[in-house]
Design a protein around this ligand. Structure first.
Ligand SMILES: Cc1cc2nc3c(=O)[nH]c(=O)nc-3n(C[C@H](O)[C@H](O)[C@H](O)COP(=O)(O)OP(=O)(O)OC[C@H]3O[C@@H](n4cnc5c(N)ncnc54)[C@H](O)[C@@H]3O)c2cc1C
Length: 380
Protein backbone atom coordinates (compact mmCIF):
# COMPACT_ATOMS: atom_id res chain seq x y z
CA UNK A 1 0.00 0.00 0.00
CA UNK A 2 1.17 3.53 -0.85
CA UNK A 3 2.75 5.28 2.16
CA UNK A 4 2.58 8.95 1.10
CA UNK A 5 -0.59 10.98 0.48
CA UNK A 6 -1.46 14.67 0.17
CA UNK A 7 -3.90 14.28 3.07
CA UNK A 8 -4.22 11.71 5.86
CA UNK A 9 -7.57 11.64 7.67
CA UNK A 10 -7.59 10.11 11.15
CA UNK A 11 -11.05 8.68 11.96
CA UNK A 12 -13.57 7.22 9.54
CA UNK A 13 -16.88 8.70 10.70
CA UNK A 14 -19.07 11.11 8.77
CA UNK A 15 -16.74 14.06 9.36
CA UNK A 16 -13.67 12.13 8.16
CA UNK A 17 -15.50 11.00 5.04
CA UNK A 18 -16.91 14.43 4.30
CA UNK A 19 -13.36 15.80 4.50
CA UNK A 20 -12.12 12.94 2.27
CA UNK A 21 -14.87 13.70 -0.27
CA UNK A 22 -14.20 17.45 -0.36
CA UNK A 23 -10.41 17.17 -0.69
CA UNK A 24 -10.68 14.34 -3.26
CA UNK A 25 -12.98 16.53 -5.38
CA UNK A 26 -10.18 19.10 -5.40
CA UNK A 27 -7.74 16.59 -6.82
CA UNK A 28 -5.74 15.64 -3.72
CA UNK A 29 -4.76 12.07 -2.78
CA UNK A 30 -6.31 10.95 0.52
CA UNK A 31 -6.03 8.07 2.97
CA UNK A 32 -8.68 7.67 5.69
CA UNK A 33 -7.38 5.62 8.63
CA UNK A 34 -10.00 4.11 10.94
CA UNK A 35 -9.40 2.21 14.16
CA UNK A 36 -12.35 -0.18 13.68
CA UNK A 37 -14.95 -0.46 10.92
CA UNK A 38 -15.89 2.82 9.23
CA UNK A 39 -19.11 4.63 10.16
CA UNK A 40 -19.88 2.48 13.18
CA UNK A 41 -19.60 5.05 15.97
CA UNK A 42 -21.63 8.27 16.46
CA UNK A 43 -22.26 8.63 12.74
CA UNK A 44 -24.36 5.48 12.48
CA UNK A 45 -26.19 6.19 15.77
CA UNK A 46 -27.54 9.55 14.64
CA UNK A 47 -31.18 10.31 13.90
CA UNK A 48 -30.19 12.25 10.79
CA UNK A 49 -32.03 15.48 11.60
CA UNK A 50 -30.88 18.60 9.76
CA UNK A 51 -32.09 20.76 12.61
CA UNK A 52 -30.42 24.09 11.90
CA UNK A 53 -33.36 26.00 13.34
CA UNK A 54 -34.66 23.50 15.92
CA UNK A 55 -31.25 22.83 17.50
CA UNK A 56 -29.70 26.30 17.36
CA UNK A 57 -31.83 28.75 19.29
CA UNK A 58 -29.66 31.86 19.31
CA UNK A 59 -27.95 34.04 16.73
CA UNK A 60 -24.21 33.47 16.30
CA UNK A 61 -21.62 31.64 14.21
CA UNK A 62 -23.11 28.19 14.85
CA UNK A 63 -26.54 29.28 13.57
CA UNK A 64 -24.98 30.71 10.41
CA UNK A 65 -22.84 27.61 9.82
CA UNK A 66 -25.78 25.29 10.50
CA UNK A 67 -28.14 26.92 8.02
CA UNK A 68 -25.43 27.22 5.36
CA UNK A 69 -24.70 23.50 5.74
CA UNK A 70 -28.40 22.55 5.75
CA UNK A 71 -28.90 24.48 2.53
CA UNK A 72 -26.21 22.36 0.85
CA UNK A 73 -28.21 19.12 1.20
CA UNK A 74 -30.47 19.33 -1.87
CA UNK A 75 -27.60 19.52 -4.30
CA UNK A 76 -25.39 17.21 -2.19
CA UNK A 77 -28.08 14.55 -2.31
CA UNK A 78 -28.21 14.78 -6.12
CA UNK A 79 -24.42 14.83 -6.48
CA UNK A 80 -23.96 11.77 -4.26
CA UNK A 81 -26.73 9.91 -6.08
CA UNK A 82 -25.16 10.68 -9.44
CA UNK A 83 -21.69 9.64 -8.28
CA UNK A 84 -22.49 6.58 -6.19
CA UNK A 85 -26.03 5.54 -7.13
CA UNK A 86 -26.91 5.78 -3.40
CA UNK A 87 -29.91 7.66 -2.04
CA UNK A 88 -29.34 9.45 1.29
CA UNK A 89 -33.12 9.53 1.98
CA UNK A 90 -33.32 13.32 2.16
CA UNK A 91 -36.78 14.29 3.47
CA UNK A 92 -37.62 18.00 3.42
CA UNK A 93 -40.89 18.21 5.34
CA UNK A 94 -39.86 20.54 8.15
CA UNK A 95 -39.69 20.24 11.92
CA UNK A 96 -42.07 21.14 14.73
CA UNK A 97 -40.56 22.22 18.05
CA UNK A 98 -43.18 21.54 20.66
CA UNK A 99 -44.24 23.69 23.65
CA UNK A 100 -45.81 21.88 26.60
CA UNK A 101 -45.55 24.86 29.00
CA UNK A 102 -46.25 28.61 28.81
CA UNK A 103 -42.56 29.24 29.48
CA UNK A 104 -41.64 27.23 26.39
CA UNK A 105 -44.27 29.09 24.32
CA UNK A 106 -42.56 32.32 25.31
CA UNK A 107 -39.03 31.12 24.48
CA UNK A 108 -40.13 29.64 21.12
CA UNK A 109 -41.78 32.93 20.18
CA UNK A 110 -38.48 34.76 20.71
CA UNK A 111 -36.62 32.07 18.75
CA UNK A 112 -39.09 32.60 15.89
CA UNK A 113 -38.51 36.38 16.02
CA UNK A 114 -34.72 36.11 15.81
CA UNK A 115 -34.85 33.49 13.06
CA UNK A 116 -37.29 35.53 10.98
CA UNK A 117 -35.06 38.58 11.43
CA UNK A 118 -32.17 36.44 10.15
CA UNK A 119 -34.21 35.69 7.01
CA UNK A 120 -35.33 32.13 7.90
CA UNK A 121 -38.85 30.74 7.61
CA UNK A 122 -40.28 30.11 11.08
CA UNK A 123 -43.85 30.41 12.33
CA UNK A 124 -45.97 29.71 15.37
CA UNK A 125 -48.73 27.08 15.16
CA UNK A 126 -51.32 27.28 17.92
CA UNK A 127 -52.89 24.10 19.36
CA UNK A 128 -55.74 23.76 16.83
CA UNK A 129 -53.68 24.74 13.79
CA UNK A 130 -51.00 22.32 14.93
CA UNK A 131 -53.50 19.48 15.28
CA UNK A 132 -54.76 20.11 11.77
CA UNK A 133 -51.18 19.54 10.53
CA UNK A 134 -50.37 16.61 12.85
CA UNK A 135 -53.70 15.25 14.17
CA UNK A 136 -52.11 12.43 16.21
CA UNK A 137 -50.23 14.78 18.53
CA UNK A 138 -51.41 14.93 22.14
CA UNK A 139 -54.08 17.56 22.93
CA UNK A 140 -51.86 18.71 25.83
CA UNK A 141 -49.43 20.33 23.35
CA UNK A 142 -49.85 24.13 23.54
CA UNK A 143 -48.29 24.90 20.18
CA UNK A 144 -45.13 24.57 18.13
CA UNK A 145 -42.52 26.46 16.17
CA UNK A 146 -42.68 25.30 12.57
CA UNK A 147 -39.40 25.40 10.63
CA UNK A 148 -40.30 24.18 7.12
CA UNK A 149 -36.71 24.15 5.85
CA UNK A 150 -35.25 21.84 8.51
CA UNK A 151 -35.13 18.31 7.09
CA UNK A 152 -33.60 14.92 7.69
CA UNK A 153 -31.51 12.20 6.02
CA UNK A 154 -30.39 8.67 6.78
CA UNK A 155 -27.18 9.40 8.71
CA UNK A 156 -25.66 6.03 7.89
CA UNK A 157 -26.48 6.31 4.18
CA UNK A 158 -25.00 9.81 4.06
CA UNK A 159 -21.80 8.69 5.82
CA UNK A 160 -21.37 5.67 3.55
CA UNK A 161 -22.16 7.74 0.44
CA UNK A 162 -19.46 10.29 1.37
CA UNK A 163 -17.02 7.38 1.79
CA UNK A 164 -18.07 5.73 -1.48
CA UNK A 165 -17.92 8.99 -3.45
CA UNK A 166 -14.46 9.77 -2.01
CA UNK A 167 -13.13 6.32 -2.97
CA UNK A 168 -14.58 6.64 -6.49
CA UNK A 169 -12.54 9.86 -6.73
CA UNK A 170 -9.41 7.95 -5.68
CA UNK A 171 -9.37 8.14 -1.85
CA UNK A 172 -8.24 5.00 0.04
CA UNK A 173 -9.70 3.74 3.31
CA UNK A 174 -7.73 1.66 5.81
CA UNK A 175 -9.85 -0.02 8.51
CA UNK A 176 -8.85 -1.78 11.76
CA UNK A 177 -5.81 0.49 12.02
CA UNK A 178 -5.38 2.42 15.26
CA UNK A 179 -3.50 5.72 14.87
CA UNK A 180 -1.12 5.76 17.85
CA UNK A 181 0.83 8.98 17.27
CA UNK A 182 1.36 12.03 15.06
CA UNK A 183 4.72 12.50 13.35
CA UNK A 184 5.94 16.09 13.74
CA UNK A 185 9.28 17.65 12.76
CA UNK A 186 10.21 21.32 13.22
CA UNK A 187 6.60 22.24 14.05
CA UNK A 188 5.34 20.74 10.78
CA UNK A 189 3.27 17.56 10.51
CA UNK A 190 4.91 14.67 8.63
CA UNK A 191 2.35 11.89 9.01
CA UNK A 192 1.00 9.44 11.56
CA UNK A 193 2.12 6.34 13.44
CA UNK A 194 -0.26 3.42 13.27
CA UNK A 195 -0.36 -0.21 14.36
CA UNK A 196 0.41 -1.03 10.70
CA UNK A 197 3.44 1.27 10.44
CA UNK A 198 3.92 4.93 9.60
CA UNK A 199 2.02 6.84 6.88
CA UNK A 200 3.14 10.20 5.55
CA UNK A 201 1.11 13.21 4.44
CA UNK A 202 1.54 16.91 3.72
CA UNK A 203 -1.60 17.45 5.77
CA UNK A 204 -3.17 15.41 8.56
CA UNK A 205 -6.80 15.99 9.56
CA UNK A 206 -7.92 14.61 12.92
CA UNK A 207 -11.60 13.64 12.75
CA UNK A 208 -11.69 11.27 15.70
CA UNK A 209 -15.08 12.36 17.10
CA UNK A 210 -15.25 11.90 20.87
CA UNK A 211 -11.73 10.37 20.82
CA UNK A 212 -10.06 13.47 19.30
CA UNK A 213 -8.65 14.77 22.59
CA UNK A 214 -6.69 11.51 23.07
CA UNK A 215 -5.40 11.49 19.47
CA UNK A 216 -4.05 15.04 19.94
CA UNK A 217 -2.60 14.46 23.40
CA UNK A 218 1.06 14.38 22.34
CA UNK A 219 0.77 17.63 20.34
CA UNK A 220 0.71 19.88 23.42
CA UNK A 221 -2.83 21.06 22.92
CA UNK A 222 -5.46 19.90 25.33
CA UNK A 223 -8.72 20.45 23.43
CA UNK A 224 -11.81 20.40 25.64
CA UNK A 225 -13.67 17.68 23.69
CA UNK A 226 -15.56 15.19 25.82
CA UNK A 227 -17.99 12.31 25.28
CA UNK A 228 -21.77 12.53 25.70
CA UNK A 229 -23.54 9.21 25.20
CA UNK A 230 -26.89 9.22 23.39
CA UNK A 231 -29.37 6.34 23.33
CA UNK A 232 -32.04 5.96 20.65
CA UNK A 233 -34.73 3.49 19.65
CA UNK A 234 -36.98 2.77 16.71
CA UNK A 235 -40.50 1.40 16.31
CA UNK A 236 -42.76 0.60 13.38
CA UNK A 237 -46.39 1.48 12.74
CA UNK A 238 -48.80 0.35 10.01
CA UNK A 239 -50.35 3.80 9.70
CA UNK A 240 -48.23 6.93 9.32
CA UNK A 241 -48.61 8.78 12.66
CA UNK A 242 -46.69 11.97 11.77
CA UNK A 243 -45.26 13.58 8.64
CA UNK A 244 -42.87 16.09 10.24
CA UNK A 245 -40.13 15.60 12.81
CA UNK A 246 -41.42 16.34 16.30
CA UNK A 247 -38.77 17.99 18.46
CA UNK A 248 -39.11 18.80 22.16
CA UNK A 249 -36.85 19.48 25.14
CA UNK A 250 -37.41 15.91 26.33
CA UNK A 251 -37.14 13.87 23.14
CA UNK A 252 -37.61 13.87 19.38
CA UNK A 253 -39.58 11.62 17.03
CA UNK A 254 -38.33 11.36 13.46
CA UNK A 255 -40.60 9.77 10.81
CA UNK A 256 -38.45 7.64 8.50
CA UNK A 257 -39.46 5.72 5.39
CA UNK A 258 -41.67 2.61 5.52
CA UNK A 259 -43.48 3.41 8.78
CA UNK A 260 -40.35 3.59 10.97
CA UNK A 261 -40.22 6.15 13.75
CA UNK A 262 -36.92 6.95 15.36
CA UNK A 263 -37.05 8.22 18.95
CA UNK A 264 -34.09 9.88 20.66
CA UNK A 265 -32.05 10.66 22.53
CA UNK A 266 -30.59 10.53 26.03
CA UNK A 267 -27.64 12.73 27.06
CA UNK A 268 -25.17 11.04 29.40
CA UNK A 269 -21.90 12.99 29.68
CA UNK A 270 -18.48 11.63 30.56
CA UNK A 271 -18.73 8.04 29.35
CA UNK A 272 -17.43 6.00 26.40
CA UNK A 273 -19.54 3.02 27.53
CA UNK A 274 -21.96 2.20 24.68
CA UNK A 275 -24.34 -0.03 26.65
CA UNK A 276 -28.02 0.81 26.18
CA UNK A 277 -29.84 1.19 29.52
CA UNK A 278 -33.41 0.14 30.30
CA UNK A 279 -33.82 3.41 32.23
CA UNK A 280 -32.79 5.51 29.23
CA UNK A 281 -35.07 3.72 26.79
CA UNK A 282 -38.08 3.68 29.10
CA UNK A 283 -37.71 7.41 29.79
CA UNK A 284 -37.58 8.16 26.06
CA UNK A 285 -40.62 5.98 25.37
CA UNK A 286 -42.68 7.61 28.12
CA UNK A 287 -41.81 11.09 26.89
CA UNK A 288 -42.55 10.18 23.27
CA UNK A 289 -45.92 8.58 24.16
CA UNK A 290 -46.74 11.74 26.07
CA UNK A 291 -46.36 13.69 22.80
CA UNK A 292 -47.83 11.07 20.46
CA UNK A 293 -50.19 8.79 22.45
CA UNK A 294 -50.87 6.27 19.66
CA UNK A 295 -47.21 5.32 19.75
CA UNK A 296 -48.07 2.82 22.46
CA UNK A 297 -49.57 0.54 19.77
CA UNK A 298 -46.39 0.61 17.66
CA UNK A 299 -44.22 -2.45 17.10
CA UNK A 300 -40.83 -2.45 18.83
CA UNK A 301 -37.84 -2.53 16.45
CA UNK A 302 -34.49 -1.90 18.19
CA UNK A 303 -32.36 0.34 20.43
CA UNK A 304 -28.76 1.54 20.15
CA UNK A 305 -26.36 4.21 21.36
CA UNK A 306 -23.49 6.41 20.18
CA UNK A 307 -20.92 8.74 21.72
CA UNK A 308 -21.22 12.39 20.67
CA UNK A 309 -18.18 14.70 20.73
CA UNK A 310 -19.04 17.78 22.81
CA UNK A 311 -16.78 20.82 23.30
CA UNK A 312 -16.30 23.26 26.18
CA UNK A 313 -18.14 26.11 24.43
CA UNK A 314 -20.53 24.07 22.28
CA UNK A 315 -18.84 25.01 18.97
CA UNK A 316 -17.02 22.42 16.84
CA UNK A 317 -13.29 22.78 16.16
CA UNK A 318 -12.64 23.23 12.44
CA UNK A 319 -9.16 24.57 11.88
CA UNK A 320 -5.40 24.20 11.94
CA UNK A 321 -3.45 23.23 15.04
CA UNK A 322 -2.10 26.36 16.81
CA UNK A 323 1.54 25.28 16.69
CA UNK A 324 1.86 22.41 14.17
CA UNK A 325 1.66 23.42 10.49
CA UNK A 326 -0.39 21.11 8.31
CA UNK A 327 -2.17 19.44 11.26
CA UNK A 328 -5.90 20.16 11.19
CA UNK A 329 -8.82 19.27 13.44
CA UNK A 330 -12.47 18.79 12.50
CA UNK A 331 -14.26 17.56 15.57
CA UNK A 332 -16.66 18.37 18.39
CA UNK A 333 -19.83 18.56 16.31
CA UNK A 334 -21.84 17.23 19.26
CA UNK A 335 -25.57 16.86 18.32
CA UNK A 336 -25.09 18.34 14.84
CA UNK A 337 -22.38 16.36 13.08
CA UNK A 338 -24.69 15.07 10.34
CA UNK A 339 -26.08 18.55 9.69
CA UNK A 340 -22.62 20.14 9.70
CA UNK A 341 -20.81 17.45 7.72
CA UNK A 342 -20.93 19.01 4.21
CA UNK A 343 -19.73 22.46 5.28
CA UNK A 344 -17.00 21.00 7.51
CA UNK A 345 -15.47 19.09 4.58
CA UNK A 346 -15.47 22.24 2.46
CA UNK A 347 -13.86 24.40 5.19
CA UNK A 348 -11.05 21.88 5.72
CA UNK A 349 -10.48 21.64 1.95
CA UNK A 350 -10.27 25.45 1.81
CA UNK A 351 -7.75 25.51 4.67
CA UNK A 352 -5.60 22.86 3.01
CA UNK A 353 -5.64 24.78 -0.27
CA UNK A 354 -4.60 27.91 1.64
CA UNK A 355 -7.81 29.82 0.85
CA UNK A 356 -8.62 32.64 3.23
CA UNK A 357 -11.50 31.89 5.62
CA UNK A 358 -14.27 34.41 6.32
CA UNK A 359 -14.32 35.86 9.83
CA UNK A 360 -17.50 33.85 10.59
CA UNK A 361 -15.60 30.63 9.87
CA UNK A 362 -12.65 31.67 11.97
CA UNK A 363 -14.97 31.42 14.99
CA UNK A 364 -14.44 27.64 14.81
CA UNK A 365 -10.68 27.85 14.63
CA UNK A 366 -8.42 26.45 17.37
CA UNK A 367 -6.68 29.82 17.39
CA UNK A 368 -9.70 31.95 18.21
CA UNK A 369 -8.70 34.12 21.20
CA UNK A 370 -11.92 33.57 23.13
CA UNK A 371 -11.56 29.81 22.77
CA UNK A 372 -7.85 29.81 23.55
CA UNK A 373 -8.60 31.34 26.93
CA UNK A 374 -10.50 28.20 27.83
CA UNK A 375 -7.42 26.01 27.51
CA UNK A 376 -5.00 25.77 30.37
CA UNK A 377 -1.93 28.04 29.94
CA UNK A 378 0.29 24.99 30.12
CA UNK A 379 -1.28 23.38 27.11
CA UNK A 380 -0.23 26.15 24.75
C1 LIG B 1 -28.02 9.14 19.49
C2 LIG B 1 -27.45 10.22 18.62
C3 LIG B 1 -28.29 10.94 17.78
C4 LIG B 1 -27.76 11.96 16.96
N1 LIG B 1 -28.59 12.60 16.10
C5 LIG B 1 -28.09 13.56 15.28
C6 LIG B 1 -28.94 14.21 14.35
O1 LIG B 1 -30.13 13.93 14.28
N2 LIG B 1 -28.39 15.15 13.54
C7 LIG B 1 -27.07 15.50 13.60
O2 LIG B 1 -26.64 16.38 12.84
N3 LIG B 1 -26.24 14.87 14.47
C8 LIG B 1 -26.72 13.92 15.31
N4 LIG B 1 -25.90 13.29 16.20
C9 LIG B 1 -24.50 13.73 16.28
C10 LIG B 1 -23.63 13.08 15.22
O3 LIG B 1 -23.89 11.71 15.18
C11 LIG B 1 -22.16 13.36 15.51
O4 LIG B 1 -21.93 14.73 15.73
C12 LIG B 1 -21.29 12.90 14.35
O5 LIG B 1 -21.60 11.57 14.00
C13 LIG B 1 -19.81 13.01 14.69
O6 LIG B 1 -19.11 12.44 13.62
P1 LIG B 1 -17.57 12.15 13.73
O7 LIG B 1 -17.13 11.64 12.41
O8 LIG B 1 -16.90 13.35 14.31
O9 LIG B 1 -17.46 11.03 14.88
P2 LIG B 1 -17.62 9.45 14.81
O10 LIG B 1 -18.74 9.03 13.93
O11 LIG B 1 -17.65 8.97 16.22
O12 LIG B 1 -16.27 8.99 14.08
C14 LIG B 1 -15.03 9.11 14.71
C15 LIG B 1 -14.20 7.91 14.23
O13 LIG B 1 -12.85 8.04 14.68
C16 LIG B 1 -12.36 6.74 14.96
N5 LIG B 1 -11.18 6.82 15.80
C17 LIG B 1 -11.11 7.17 17.10
N6 LIG B 1 -9.83 7.07 17.54
C18 LIG B 1 -9.08 6.66 16.49
C19 LIG B 1 -7.70 6.35 16.33
N7 LIG B 1 -6.82 6.48 17.33
N8 LIG B 1 -7.28 5.94 15.13
C20 LIG B 1 -8.13 5.82 14.07
N9 LIG B 1 -9.46 6.08 14.19
C21 LIG B 1 -9.92 6.49 15.38
C22 LIG B 1 -13.55 6.07 15.65
O14 LIG B 1 -13.41 4.66 15.64
C23 LIG B 1 -14.73 6.59 14.82
O15 LIG B 1 -15.06 5.70 13.77
C24 LIG B 1 -26.38 12.25 17.00
C25 LIG B 1 -25.54 11.51 17.83
C26 LIG B 1 -26.07 10.49 18.63
C27 LIG B 1 -25.13 9.68 19.49
Amino acid sequence: MKKHYDVLVVGGGIIGHSVAYSVSKRGMSVLVIEKGEINRKASSAAAGMLAAQAEVTEAGPLFDLARESRNMFSSLSEDLKEQTGNDIDLIEKGMLTIALTEEKVHSLRSTIAFQQAAGEKASWLRGEDLLSVEPNLSKTVLGAMYAPDDGQVSAFKLATSFARAATLLGARILEYTDVTGILIENDRVQGVKTVQGDFFGDHVVVTGGAWTKQILEQTNVDLPIYPVKGECLSVRTNERLITKTIFSDDCYIVPKNEGRLLIGATMIPGTFDEKVSVAGISQLLNKAINLLPSLKDAEWEKAWSGIRPQTGDGLPYIGEHPSVKGLHVASGHYRNGILLSPITGEIIADLIEGNELTSARLAFSLNDKRRREQFSEASY
